[in-house]
Design a protein around this ligand. Structure first.
Ligand code: SAJ
Length: 420
């Protein structure tokens, strides 16, 4: 097939690459000329293992080309962002603009697929009518589907092939046509359903995760109040064969978990109780962390805080909606002297300095992302470079037992209200 992938970001670019690897002719379209030029110059501008190896070959073999205008194709796959509006409803502008941009090129029997995360009903009430306005009949002479992705950043090259996928078709014929395309590169199970079920399922997956983390975060606050170590409680509870609590942390970031729950809340605000409360708990975690930081440094005059890791989780360069950014903003607003180190981030709105520079005259080392690199450092020699050797490891990457007989005072979310 000839496939036009719209949006060359974290999802669109790998999708374009793996379709081209499976012998389809792929046009990667993006409104950003720099991204298109990068692709044509064989440059992958997202930090994702394995992709740069693939892109060279595909561009050389002319199986993949980047363009700033769409063109005629057999299938169109929309992979553009769906951010939150200020009122926390879904902003469909990018999806609808992408759709408008392909409508002049649509031909009979084309397949149109949306992969962007969208509220339930979007395909039925927004996308389908726009296509049918042009005289097509969905399911008869044009095929329309919602096919959400499930890949985790950092492991996309493997998960895009191996994960199970859902295909929501406007009709069964639509879903079957899309299934044929996805089967060309997906090894996971492909389940066919209707568009609204697929839209809701995608959201439920991330809501489940957000609520699970919220429960761990709330238990952390409660246990610390009761002088019980929450990390020990969670570890022991997870030994039950049917319990799987996720890790508490400084908050929930990225472009999925902090956003997707609101796409359900906007459709059923009166009934979305647990979903809303979970969001509030996770959104409050940066404030909880700051309150604990204050109790650690407030005895010092002009305390200096070394912040390590600003990404939304470990081993990514992505700082979108990172709780670390919230923590940095709160600390800066309150006048704390901070300096920031993150070995995986090249560009940031904040000044990033070397790890040595952050440690100089510091009173607290605050770890906010679980980069593997951080796990292998020698914290005994690191602590010697600090003015006060206090570490607050919000990601539980260091083992408290390794530091009991050292000069380091190591706190994590398990012992922040007392030293265990
Ligand atoms: N987090 C915790 N505790 C945990 C796990 C995560 O605090 O135990 C935090 C992370 O630090 C991060 C946030 O939650 O700030 C989200 O991280 P994540 O690893 O759960 O998810 P993402 O956003 O990187 O990717 C998710 C994935 N969803 C699921 O695993 C259900 C991915 O599969 C989805 O494709 C992706 O969202 C998406 O695009 O929807």
């Amino acid at each position: 097939m000839k496939v036009c992938v719209l949006g060359l970001g974290y999802i669109g670019l790998p999708t374009a690459l793996f379709l081209a690897l499976s012998d389809h002719d792929v046009v990667g379209f993006d409104i950003n000329k720099n991204i298109v030029d990068d692709l044509n110059n064989k440059k992958v501008n997202i930090k994702e293992p394995e992709l740069d190896k693939i892109v060279n070959k595909l561009i050389d073999e002319k199986k993949l080309i980047g363009k700033t205008t769409p063109e005629k194709a057999d299938a169109f796959i929309i992979c553009v962002p769906t951010p939150l509006n200020l009122d926390k409803t879904c902003n469909l502008d990018f999806v609808l603009t992408a759709l408008d941009s392909i409508i002049p090129y649509l031909e009979k029997d084309n397949l149109v697929i949306v992969e962007s995360t969208i509220p339930p009903g979007t395909i039925k009430y927004f996308i389908k009518p726009k296509i049918e306005q042009k005289g097509y009949i969905v399911g008869e002479n044009i095929y329309l589907c919602y096919c959400p992705e499930r890949v985790i950043p950092g492991n996309i090259a493997i998960e895009i092939v191996e994960n199970n996928r859902i295909i929501g078709g406007a009709t069964i014929a639509c879903a079957e046509k899309a299934a044929t395309l996805y089967k060309s590169f997906v090894k996971g199970e492909i389940s066919i359903t209707d568009t609204e079920t697929a839209e809701m399922t995608k959201l439920v997956e991330n809501i489940y995760r957000d609520m699970n983390i919220a429960l761990s975060n709330e238990l952390t606050i409660i246990c610390n109040e009761l002088n019980i170590n929450p990390l020990k409680v969670i570890k022991l509870a997870n030994k039950h064969p049917r319990v799987n609590l996720l890790n508490p942390g400084p908050g929930v970031g990225g472009h999925c978990l902090p956003i997707d729950p609101y796409f359900v809340i906007e459709k059923a605000p009166e009934s979305s109780n647990m979903i809303s409360i979970s969001r509030k708990i996770n959104e409050n975690m940066p404030h909880y962390i700051v309150s604990k930081i204050k109790s650690l440094v407030n005895n010092f005059e002009n305390p200096k805080i070394a912040i390590w890791g600003i990404t939304y989780k470990g081993n990514t360069d992505d700082a979108r909606n990172s709780p670390a950014i919230d923590i940095i903003r709160i600390l800066s607003k309150e006048g704390y002297e901070i300096s920031i180190y993150d070995p995986s981030v090249d560009k940031s709105e904040f000044q990033i300095v070397s790890k040595e520079e952050t440690l100089e005259d510091s009173d607290l080392l605050l770890i906010l992302a679980e980069h593997n690199k951080f796990k292998n450092y020698d914290y005994i020699s690191i602590s010697r470079k600090m003015r006060n050797p206090i570490i607050f490891d919000t990601r539980n990457i260091l083992d408290v037992n390794d530091y009991t007989d050292t000069n380091i005072k190591l706190f994590n979310l398990g012992n922040i209200d007392y030293l265990s």
